[in-house]
Design a protein around this ligand. Structure first.
Ligand SMILES: [Zn+2]
Length: 405
């Protein structure tokens, strides 16, 4: 409780916290001088000095490098220290995973990927992730103490508050597994767990469409997933289950017995239009396909059955996305996943249906684009989510207090 009397906290109560001052630096591309901070905050020189001293002592700010200053920066400028700590992130997919080391600007410093089947279960998969983490830390000459945040995304529904996967259709053995607990014992920092497509959506919005607060991300890979960004934040809903367009049930002309979905229901969007469903239908039609990539190759090669199935998938996906557009009114829809790379057959088909079936007001300024961060959207989005958590006023104050104590 003695912390209540430290100068940092008293000053924070008076108005502008160290975290808020730091956010001014984050928003400025070139860095700021003390005079500029005084002008922007209206704070006295004494208070600004005190805050900046705290941020410098905590290593959160550093003087702008000399060489940059000679290129026209005014002297006495400070910038955010993106190397103050490191972030470890991992994007776990159905059949492979990607791990990365990022700085506090969210930029990837090193990345490794490997094939791994998510159904091997949490212990096996997280051990692989941990091995990759150890390797990239070592290669980057960083130690575990420098890690300020760990972020993991998974191809299944996540209860965001506890970081646990809940009744995942494809992640056999992961139900209720305590992912933050597993990593928490290895790294003494917060561990964030999210649904893969939420992370992708956040990455896409922050890095490609920062001026677009309402964005819908659709991932069409093995399954079909969607992530919603509303007012610049991930919209996870009351329980973390928001935006599961892949499991909306649809009726399809000519289908009397709807296919069973991985979630246990029948007739879901994904059970017709997900990569796994296309592989199933192509195999039934006698085509030699095993993976979603095989299906994509066949569609792109113009195989008649594959193209017919892709067009049907586009109609079904387009219909479901059009309904989502009417409900949510995004400005941008970014489409990722392997099947986004089947241009005329799938991507164009979806666009056409969405523009035709959504309300004119909702499509007037709507852009439907291919995700160009894909396949890195997940790790980039996780890094951005972690960065936001580190630069909260509370966490910044903790780091400042830790440095001056
Ligand atoms: Zn389903």
């Amino acid at each position: 409780m003695h912390r209540m009397h430290t100068p940092g906290i008293v000053a924070a109560r008076m108005g502008v916290s160290a975290g808020e001052i730091l956010s001014l630096f984050r928003d400025s591309t070139d860095g700021l001088t003390k005079a500029e901070v005084m002008r922007r905050t209206g704070l006295s020189r004494t208070t600004v000095n005190q805050r900046l001293d705290g941020l410098l002592a905590a290593g959160l700010l550093i003087p702008a490098p000399e060489d940059a200053r000679t290129r026209g920066r005014p002297a006495g400028q400070f910038i955010v220290n993106r190397g103050r700590g490191m972030l470890l992130v991992a994007d776990i997919g159905a059949t492979g995973l990607r791990a990365a080391l990022c700085d506090l600007g969210g930029e990837v410093r090193a990345e490794l990927e490997t094939r791994a089947d998510v159904t091997a279960g949490p212990e096996a998969i997280l051990s692989i992730v941990d091995e990759l983490f150890a390797r990239i830390l070592k290669d980057g000459n960083q130690d575990a103490a420098s890690v300020l945040g760990v972020g993991i995304d998974v191809p299944g529904p996540v209860d965001f508050a506890t970081g646990r996967v809940v009744s995942p259709p494809i992640m056999t053995g992961w139900d209720r597994f305590d992912i933050p607990g597993w990593f928490g014992s290895r790294y003494g920092c917060p561990v964030l767990v999210d649904k893969d497509v939420n992370a992708m959506a956040f990455g896409e919005q922050r890095l490609r469409y920062p001026d677009v607060p309402h964005l819908l991300m659709v991932k069409i890979g093995t399954g079909v997933g969607t992530g919603l960004i509303a007012s610049g934040q991930v919209h996870r809903g009351a329980d973390g289950a928001a935006g599961d367009v892949g499991h909306i049930q649809v009726t399809v002309d000519g289908v009397t017995e709807p296919p069973v979905c991985r979630c246990g229901n029948a007739g879901c969007v994904e059970a017709y239009a997900g990569g796994w469903a296309l592989v199933r239908d192509l195999r039934e039609a006698g085509r030699d396909v095993v993976t979603v990539d095989d299906a994509v190759r066949l569609i792109r090669a113009g195989d008649l059955v594959a193209v017919r199935l892709a067009r049907r998938a586009a109609r079904i996906l387009g219909g479901a996305i059009a309904d989502t557009v009417n409900l949510f009114n995004p400005r941008v829809i970014a489409i990722g996943g392997q099947l986004a790379h089947t241009d005329e057959q799938l991507f164009a088909g979806i666009r056409e249906i969405v523009y035709r079936r959504s309300l004119p007001l909702a499509t007037r300024n709507l852009q439907i684009v291919r995700s160009d961060l894909d396949p890195h959207a997940g790790i980039l989005g996780l890094a951005q989510l972690l960065v936001d958590g580190i630069y909260t006023p509370e966490r910044v104050q903790e780091l400042v207090d830790g440095a001056v104590a």
